[in-house]
Design a binder for this molecule. Sequence first.
Ligand SMILES: [Zn+2]
Ligand SMILES: [Zn+2]
Length: 261
Amino acid sequence: MDVAYIRVSIFTAVLVGCAVAEYWKPKRPLRQPKLYRWTNNLGLTGLNSVLIYITMPLLAVEAALWAQSLQIGLFNELSINFPMLIIISVLILDFAIYWQHRLFHTMPICWNLHKVHHADQDIDVTTGARFHPLEIWISMWIKICVVISLGIPPIAVIVFEVVLNASAMFNHSNISIPRVWDKRLRKLIVTPDMHRVHHSTIRAEADSNFGFFLSIWDHLFDTHTARPKLGHYKMNIGISQFRSRKEQRLDKMLTQPFRKK
Ligand SMILES: [Zn+2]
Ligand SMILES: [Zn+2]
């Protein structure tokens, strides 16, 4: 079966699953009409897919196939059994994404791009796929460098991309999860309550909870914030610079990184 077909099927299944859960057990009332946000957020996701397809000479999985065919990269020098190699590769890629996310909060030029993700004034499943095209482009090149230098197997890249995508949609979902379950889950993975703190308008809170799949990196590097100061229901979400409704429009999102205050 075609890999692209599997990816799109899993993306759609997770999107629908999270959307149903949000409807059934919502956490916070949304500030903006759902149709308006979904049209713009998913419009940006669609645009990103087209732009990546047109502008990238190769994708991460193709880079992995290339490295494998030439037997380059650290893992091609070592003899690690295959299941262990997949687990190690997924862990390393998630670790790289954690540090990449920290970099995007630290470097002003990167933060300007990443602000588009944070400018959403609500969080729901579609926020998880809302990124500026240039951020997606830079992320892809970082991933390609990691994949080639380590010789990460193509199947591990596919597994990681599917898991990361599903995880990002889940942890941006506006779902109410019982506190006891949230506490158990966030020992290992990023939960919606954990990632919501990262979307706070308070910069110190936004500069914490950087994980997208595993929460262990935030625990390990002391960047975990358990809950927002104002609580999950009263906390403000978004970026103070972009508060008007029209800023949620696709054309406005594309220009946000290049506008002066
Ligand atoms: Zn962020
Ligand atoms: Zn986010």
